[in-house]
Design a protein around this ligand. Structure first.
Ligand SMILES: [Zn+2]
Length: 266
């Protein structure tokens, strides 16, 4: 029974953070090998400490050797994590040229409006091409990143977002607009709107800032490195996005009226 618990923990930590499973194995393997009698809770604290140190000090230089770099960590940066869970779980790694591109875009955004920064969501894990960052199957090679939309509060521009996780609080289509979600759900793609369950808490006092989001999208698509940008069809229409790099992700994915998916060429 104890073994099964360890196997489940290793799978869980590998799926959410890539390196967590192996750190679990090393940590609890050490306590078993050393035959020291240490309380379970203290063994778990040792795991958390080891995980934190490895994530902060060991993973970044190793990832760099394999051609991936972490996105900036602090919220004071023009390019910043929407929440700290993303970097804590090693979900903020990209190829250096994507990082460079994002930093440039964030600088441009901030230069035109000092209240605005660019908030990133899930990117990629630090290692191994083909290792997906679940639930995003395509975030597996350092070329993909999700970015937040812009919203206003009491007509003031800023960086507030309606969902704590960054996902699942949607900019719903108007009744007169084409409803892609209803279309996909009616065709049996049950997963299409399941991110509504993973907001980790949401708020209703923010309004979608169409013009600022449009500006971000247009800055991204004009870059030669950009391969494509995915957004929901009714937003493509609302924001008048005409560039052929702006696409619909298809019903097999999840709805994209809560974030932008951005990827660069190979
Ligand atoms: Zn994505």
């Amino acid at each position: 029974m104890k073994e099964l618990g360890h196997i489940i923990a290793i799978i869980f930590w590998t799926l959410v953070s890539q390196v967590g499973g192996i750190i679990w194995l090393i940590n609890f393997g050490y306590f078993r090998w050393s035959k020291r009698s240490v309380a379970r809770a203290r063994q778990f604290c040792a795991f958390l400490l080891l995980y934190f140190l490895v994530t902060l000090l060991v993973v970044p230089p190793l990832a760099r050797l394999g051609g991936r770099v972490p996105l900036p960590l602090t919220k004071s940066n023009n390019l910043r994590p929407h929440n700290y869970i993303t970097p804590l779980l090693n979900r903020h790694y990209v190829k250096p040229r994507l990082r460079q591109q994002l930093i440039g875009i964030a600088q441009e955004i901030n230069a035109s409006n000092a209240a605005h920064k660019v908030s990133y969501l899930d990117a990629n894990f630090p290692f191994i091409d083909g290792f997906p960052l679940l639930p995003h199957l395509s975030h597996n090679d350092g070329r993909k990143v999700d970015l937040s939309f812009y919203y206003t509060k009491d007509n003031k521009k800023g960086n507030l977002k309606p969902a704590r996780s960054g996902y699942g609080k949607f900019v719903e289509p108007k009744p007169s607009e084409f409803n892609q979600t209803e279309d996909c759900l009616s065709r049996g793609y049950w997963q299409y709107d399941y991110t509504k369950y993973v907001t980790l808490g949401s708020r209703d006092d923010l309004k979608f800032d169409a013009s600022s989001t449009r500006r971000l999208v247009n800055l991204i698509v004009k870059e030669p490195l950009t391969q494509k940008l995915l957004i929901e069809p009714h937003l493509k229409y609302l924001l008048q996005l005409t560039h052929n790099k702006v696409r619909f992700q298809g019903c097999h994915a999840v709805r994209h009226d809560d974030h932008i998916h951005y990827q660069i060429v190979r």
